[in-house]
Design a protein around this ligand. Structure first.
Ligand code: FES
Length: 581
């Protein structure tokens, strides 16, 4: 059946029921303005009249290397929208460029979520194509679209091609940390470092390791918010523009079918997303974003669910930083749909997706068992993330134990504490720093409010004097996040954060900390009476930003275990359609 035949068969809506009809279809003074101003842009009535208006939220920017191809891709999305009888309208939105935006893109995730929601609400949009990929853009766009609940479809940026240095494969982030440590240890010099800089990012697209970008675009697909297979296609592959135009065609059908995020995103979708994150050995950041997304959908989700699912799901994707390969290899091996085909017993296969098919109909085969491992021969028996609790993290914290030195997963050692990143940077390489390989490095003041924005500072550097002795991993603890491309024994997202008086604020140099990942414990070995004395003496530090968006952020952001959404965005009365007068 051709597109038009299917469209009329599945139609639930008439043209007069389109949301945009209130702007274009009525006969009054304001609608005259909307029509005449559309004509001012060169469109005839035939171009838009009675057609779904498709808002394309594009996070392209000159400052975002992961989205450089979005300028062309948006034209391919538009081509699909035109072909399917829609009217495409591109709407640029804040880009959240991971390498450049400081102190952290996480400070602005909720900003983009709010911008997405308000763009869709305040303009004559019937359906949305969301173009993102670089870390926080994916959850932000989805959060806004979930709340607005218009038909919406996500177009992932796609991973970049493999990096290369002197014949060695380089992965974004992961190999930066690796070779930076080698440079600090003196095993490579400036010349090698410069060559690595030349070869590590070879094409448009997001990081091609299983960092936050690859994890979150895969999550969008498992949730059912992309076309089948979309998240694994490399940005430079000709399949990527084909996926973009297909997405443009499909969103128009979705408007007529009235297929909305609330029809797709139920509890089963979020459980499947957590399962996939575990099998991918995905980024710890996914925990925060998935809690925020689920809560926007009205689905209860907390840290315990991640740990329960993690214990039952093996890591199958052999991708850096936990494994060996990169996203380009994953795509050739069958991609996400191939990996999901190995997990059918653990998934809900009858869920609807934006493509109009149920999840089970979209799975493919696996073509390389080394890259996508079998259930009998997984990369790790258990999922990649563990949730820990104890008197140091009463509301929980996480560790990517699949990417840690397995010898350190049960470890007790004395604390070396750093108050904020400046203190860390100033002291970590001091030859007189009292530290050895058994020490536990602790960074505080790096949480959602304290930093602010919970930057990816959780991979604390190994002190130079220990690097020179061959030490490459240590236990590190913080209320920060960590790049999904990073690896090491890093306990992250300690909640509540130190800035609001969480127990991390009470730790002192030399205190003993016990990490016990098999038993999911993180314990400060200081007795309660002493902790109580320290608590009484503790005074809240001043907030980093006294005005502007930073002040709104500090006043309303929730802690990591609650998804770091704004309290006023996560819940509250629904907002009416705008009045048009
Ligand atoms: Fe954009 Fe890594 S820098 S995804």
């Amino acid at each position: 059946m051709d597109v038009r035949g299917r469209e009329s068969m599945n139609r639930k809506k008439r043209a007069e029921e389109l949301r945009s009809h209130r702007w274009y279809g009525v006969s009054d003074l304001r609608s005259f303005g909307h029509r005449s101003r559309t004509k001012q842009m060169g469109y005839a009535a035939k171009d838009y009249s009675g057609k779904p208006v498709i808002g394309i939220i594009n996070t392209w920017s000159d400052i975002n290397p992961c989205h450089t191809h979005f300028r062309e891709r948006v034209e391919e999305v538009k081509r699909g929208v035109w072909q399917s009888g829609g009217f495409p309208v591109e709407m640029p939105a804040m880009s959240l460029s991971e390498p450049f935006q400081k102190p952290s893109t996480m400070l602005y995730r909720n900003f983009l979520a709010m911008e997405t929601e308000e763009l869709l609400r305040s303009y004559p949009v019937d359906g949305a194509v969301l173009m993102g990929g670089c870390d926080k853009t994916t959850p932000a766009l989805l959060m806004g679209a979930i709340t607005m609940d218009l038909p919406a479809l996500f177009v992932p940026a796609g991973p970049m091609l493999r990096g290369n240095w002197r014949g060695k494969t380089l992965g974004s982030g992961s190999d930066v940390w690796k070779y930076w440590d080698e440079k600090r240890a003196g095993t490579i010099g400036e010349c090698e470092w410069e060559e690595i800089e030349d070869g590590i990012a070879r094409s448009p697209g997001h990081c091609m390791t299983m960092g936050t970008a690859s994890t979150m675009t895969a999550t969008a697909e498992v949730l059912g918010m992309t076309l089948p297979g979309a998240s694994s296609i490399p940005a430079a592959d000709s399949g990527h523009p084909r996926m973009a135009s297909m997405s443009g065609r499909r969103i128009v059908e979705m408007v007529w079918e009235d297929l909305k995020p609330s029809d797709i995103l139920d509890e089963r979708a979020y459980e499947d997303a957590v399962t996939a994150v575990m099998a991918l050995g995905g980024s710890t950041n996914a925990v925060i974003h998935l809690i925020a997304l689920a809560r926007r959908s009205g689905v209860p989700m907390d840290l315990s669910r991640f740990d329960e699912i993690s214990r039952c799901v093996p890591v199958l994707a052999n991708i850096r930083p936990g494994g060996e390969y990169l996203m380009e290899d994953f795509y050739y091996a069958g991609g996400l749909r191939g990996m999901l085909s190995r997990l059918t017993e653990m998934l809900h296969l009858d869920r609807v997706t934006v493509g109009g098919h149920v999840m089970g109909e979209t799975l493919t085969g696996v073509y390389n068992d080394e890259v996508i491992r079998t259930l009998d021969d997984p990369l790790k028996e258990e999922g990649g993330l563990a949730v820990l609790r104890g008197n140091l993290a009463p509301d929980g914290c996480v560790i990517k134990h699949s990417a840690a030195d397995q010898r350190l997963l049960r470890h007790t050692g004395p604390v070396v504490i750093f108050d904020g990143y400046d203190a860390l940077a100033g002291r970590i390489d001091d030859p007189n720093l009292k530290v050895d390989a058994d020490s536990v490095l602790v960074l505080r003041g790096a949480g959602p409010i304290g930093a602010p924005g919970m930057p990816e500072w959780g991979l604390l550097p190994i002190p130079r004097k220990l690097l020179e002795r061959g030490v490459r991993d240590m236990v590190r603890i913080s209320d920060a996040r960590m790049s999904g491309t990073a690896y090491g024994t890093c306990v992250l997202h300690v909640a509540p954060e130190s800035h609001v008086g969480g127990p991390l604020a009470l730790v002192r140099d030399g205190d003993e900390v016990e990490l016990d990942v098999p038993n999911r414990r993180l314990q400060l070995k200081v007795d309660e009476s002493e902790l109580s004395r320290r608590r009484d003496a503790w005074r809240a530090p001043p907030r980093p930003y006294g005005r502007g968006y930073g002040a709104i952020f500090a006043g309303h952001v929730t802690q990591a275990n609650e998804g770091c959404d704004f309290d006023f965005l996560a819940e509250g009365a629904s907002i009416p359609e705008p009045e048009i007068h």
